[in-house]
Structure formats: C-alpha cells, structure tokens
Design a protein around this ligand. Structure first.
Ligand SMILES: Nc1ncnc2c1ncn2[C@@H]1O[C@H](COP(=O)(O)OP(=O)(O)OP(=O)(O)O)[C@@H](O)[C@H]1O
Length: 338
C-alpha cells in the first residue's frame, strides 16, 4: 500500500501535512508519534473510513482513495478488539465470513492460527483474557484473508507481560500468512520491536521512516531521537569526522560540517569505568533495577548532566566519583534543531 501526499483537515484544523508512506506487501510498518499527531487519522484514511482532503491511497497500483472501507481488502483490529459481547467467539470470528465458511472447520483453522484451542469457539468474549480477546479480534480480521491488516493500538489495554506475548503471537501470525500490516502505536519500544519499518509522525508531518535500527541509531533530528528513546545530548566541536565534547573525543556516525554541533548518544553507549580510566563524573542520583542501573551523572569540570545505563553492574551510589567512556559513535546535529 502507498499513501501519497496525504493531507487532512477537520474543519479549519489541518492535522496531516503531505504524508507519503510506502508499506511494502508482506511487511509490517509501525506509525509512531505523540498523542494527537495524526496517527489514527492516517490509519482511518488507509482503512477507507475517511477521505483525505488531499492525496492518494494506492493498493496494488490501483487508486482506492474514494473506495469505501467495506470494498477494500483490509482488516482492522482496534484497541479493545471490538468483539460483539453477546456472540460466541466462533460467531464473532464467523461474522463477515461468507456463509459457507461460518461453520466449524474454518473457525477452527482461524483459532488455531492465533494459537487458541478449538473449543474456545463456544465461549463468550467475557470468558477470555484481554490477550485472548485480541487474538480473537485478529482471527476475525484475518478471516477474509485481507491484503492488509490495520492495527490501531491493539495491545495498549494489556499489561506489560501479556502485551509482549500477544505482540509476538500477532507478529508470528502476520509473518506466517504474509499479511501486510500497518500498526499505530504511541509506544516506541513496541514500534521498534514489532515492525520491519517505523514511521515517525509529529504534528501531522512525517519526520522519518525506515528500518528500526536506522531510525534509532540515526534519527532525523533531536526531537525524533528523544521520542524514540532516552537521549544524551552534549555540545561538541567537529573536525575531520570526530567531535570533541565533555566526554572526550568521539567518532561520528554521520557526515557533519566542522564547527559547533549538538551530539546525540544513547545512555547505553556510556560505559562506567574506574575513575582513572575515563572522564570523571559525580553520581547525583542512581536507580538500581537488578538487570540494569541508571544514574544521573554530572561531568567533572562542566555543568553537563547526563544519564547512563549499565547492565549487570553493582549499584552506583550518589556522591560516588566514577569514570565514563563512550562506546560507539555519536550523531552530530547542526545547532538550531531541537
Ligand atoms: N473527528 C474529528 N474532528 C475534529 N478533530 C479531530 C477529529 N478526530 C481527530 N481530531 C483531531 O485531529 C488531531 C489528530 O488526531 P488523531 O486521532 O489522528 O491523533 P493520534 O496521533 O492518533 O492521537 P492519539 O495517540 O492520542 O490517539 C487531534 O488534534 C484531534 O483532536
């Protein structure tokens, strides 16, 4: 599916500005962005519930912009699954299937696809857990073998553990059926782990789209960097592909003009060492989580405070002096961008 030059306004309020996004067949694309950035509006445009003020929705080379939702080969799974509470699981899944397929075997097949036992067909939705309900919603959406599945925050009502398991189960089903998926989420970890491609949208504008590792490691700007995870931003001076900053001399991941820049590092790139082996820092605050420790550290001789994250280390103590060393490269941004 291709969304080309999509703009949309609700009355005088323009919420999408010329968004172009390609969702290649058989892949999963996640749209992430802050609340109110226009994600759902874009998804509704893809689904056919809304005709954009401008732009085209193309599917397999055909312009389907003004084709209504029920005539598109698209399945939708929403936040709460939207199952009919008074119908059994089997009848929920059968809803919308051609008459001949509403019986046992196709329903059983679809339950099996989402790893639910066949006898769940007789249960009512309120006899299932939240994760199981979302799997039923997925089975229902997949029943008609749509070309595309649209997932609108489908895991957000689930608690952390269940959320991850359900996400993995859904990912597996989508991959095994080769279904193209478009997921809307405001959870950046979910987007990075679920999708083949991540699109970041802010204030109705597409800021960046690409493979998760590219988006995380080389964000288009600092706002995108901060949205996708914790960011350590330091002032620096660039010359010949290296930058000098409060953490010493660090290589750059991107091409940058010489002179003053803002440097982006991720907290996990900053290694804690013995004081004599790194740049000195004073621990101001530390949180020990068992699997990792995060700390806020003030760098010696500067007012810069940074956040570091260490795996499997001893707890750090406020007031302690530590050494810090950068691993990997930084990304340089010209001054003025935030
Ligand atoms: N039917 C509508 N009429 C008028 N304004 C709307 C309508 N639907 C959404 N909006 C506005 O459009 C903007 C984008 O909304 P949208 O639901 O697309 O954002 P979102 O990124 O999905 O947000 P969230 O993550 O909070 O769901 C918001 O400012 C919202 O108030």
């Amino acid at each position: 599916m291709q969304l080309t030059g999509i703009s949309h306004r609700y009355g005088a309020h323009q919420v999408l500005h010329n968004v172009t996004l390609e969702c290649p067949a058989g892949t999963a694309t996640a749209i992430v962005g802050p609340s109110g950035s226009g994600k759902t509006t874009l998804l509704r445009t893809a689904a056919g519930f809304l005709t954009p003020s401008q732009g085209q929705v193309m599917l397999d080379g055909t312009d389907i912009t003004s084709r209504p939702a029920h005539r598109r080969s698209i399945g939708l799974v929403s936040q709460d699954g939207a199952l009919f509470p008074h119908l059994s699981v089997g009848r929920n899944i059968g809803f919308g299937l051609p008459r001949g397929q509403r019986g046992g075997s196709r329903i059983g097949e679809l339950l099996d696809l989402v790893s639910l036992p066949a006898d769940y067909a007789d249960r009512r939705p309120d006899q299932l857990s939240g994760g199981q309900r979302q799997r039923v919603a997925l089975a229902r959406a997949l029943g008609r073998r749509p070309q595309i599945i649209l997932l609108d925050e489908p895991f957000s009502a689930l608690d952390a553990g269940l959320r991850e398991r359900t996400r993995k189960a859904v990912q597996k089903v989508l991959r095994s059926t080769g279904t193209t998926a478009l997921l809307v989420t405001h959870d950046q970890d979910e987007a990075l782990s679920f999708a083949d491609s991540v699109a970041v949208i802010q204030e109705g504008t597409l800021r960046q789209a690409g493979a998760p590792e590219n988006i995380y490691n080389l964000p288009a700007d600092l706002a995108t960097a901060r949205f996708l995870g914790e960011a350590v931003v330091l002032e620096g001076q660039v010359s010949a592909g290296w930058a000098e900053c409060a953490l010493g001399r660090v290589p750059l991941r991107n091409e940058s003009p010489t002179g003053f820049v803002h440097l982006l590092l991720r907290p996990e790139q900053i290694e804690v060492t013995e004081p004599e082996q790194g740049i000195l820092g004073l621990v101001l605050d530390a949180d020990y989580f068992g699997h990792d420790t995060t700390a806020v550290v003030r760098l010696h001789g500067s007012q810069e405070e940074i956040r570091v994250r260490q795996l499997n280390t001893q707890p750090l103590e406020p007031g302690e002096t530590i050494g810090l060393r950068v691993t990997g490269a930084a990304v340089a941004y010209p001054p003025g961008g935030h």
